[in-house]
Design a protein around this ligand. Sequence first.
Ligand code: ADP
Ligand code: MG
Length: 311
Amino acid sequence: MPSEFALITRYFQRPTPSARLGIGDDAALITPSAGMELAISTDMLVVGTHFLPAADAEGLGWKTLAVNVSDLAAMGARPRWALLACALPEADETWLARFTQGFFACAEAFGVELIGGDTTRGARAFAVTILGEVPCGQALTRAGARAGDEIWVSGAPGQAALGLAHLQGKVALEEPQRSACLAALPRPQPRLALGLALRGLATAAIDVSDGLLADLSHILSASGLAARLTLDVEAVPTFAQHCFLAGGDDYELVFTAPSNRHEEVLALGEKLGLPLTCLGDCRPGPAGFLDVRTRAGEPVAFSTLGYDHFA
Ligand code: ADP
Ligand code: MG
């Protein structure tokens, strides 16, 4: 049975050229770049709550880091360093090799170096703390939306929720939708290129982890605004509509931008090869209030805004 330290060196220690000191001491040392402020975030995945005991280790490794990269993308910050605290039920090296393969694939894809962490025995759980950089004063917060700003979403939210429903036998998806939805769940693609390009263009941004409406309502509450959304839902089955509006785990970005920059946002989507859809606009009104309509002007009823761990 390898020791805790052997596991750390074997599976977690990789070169960290952009840290002054990485794994192996009591703390890591980093020097932030001049003119940048640090954006710091943490996100945790726990067995039974965020993933099933039998979840594929490689996908889980990817997702553990990807959800944190997504948080920085939503701030317009470039991720640079991460710390990984993990609880493992046993020193299962086959499992760890796969987990770290997924984790470091994500780290390489988004330019993150693992500079420290903690390893302990317990029910499987992973907490990443991520550190990134953003030019001072340019971070995209939730509170910057203004009345009249348009509301945009990237990609196709709802895919992860549809994929999960398919696995649970609640819907039967057909190709090509099935593959897209099943891939969205274990391997979310953080919208980092988009988040970075939105600096100076978006007025507020958030990533969709709990559900489109739930996360949009955080922007609206923080900005003291209401919103009117107009959706093309007539052609969409009710269940897919629900996944689009309230499904979690997609890690698309929802953002607001001034209406006179509509064409610039569309051009950005073209450039990134990522669909960006205008859903509606922000209006003065009760903070967080959402008026969702069909193209024909009919109100769209929704039973929940999204996922809440304690509701
Ligand atoms: P300490 O006893 O000072 O907390 P540890 O023995 O927990 O130190 O960890 C030794 C070194 O290995 C530290 O630099 C720590 O940051 C790093 N480390 C421990 N676990 C992990 C992990 N899962 N991923 C990355 N680095 C880790
Ligand atoms: Mg420790």
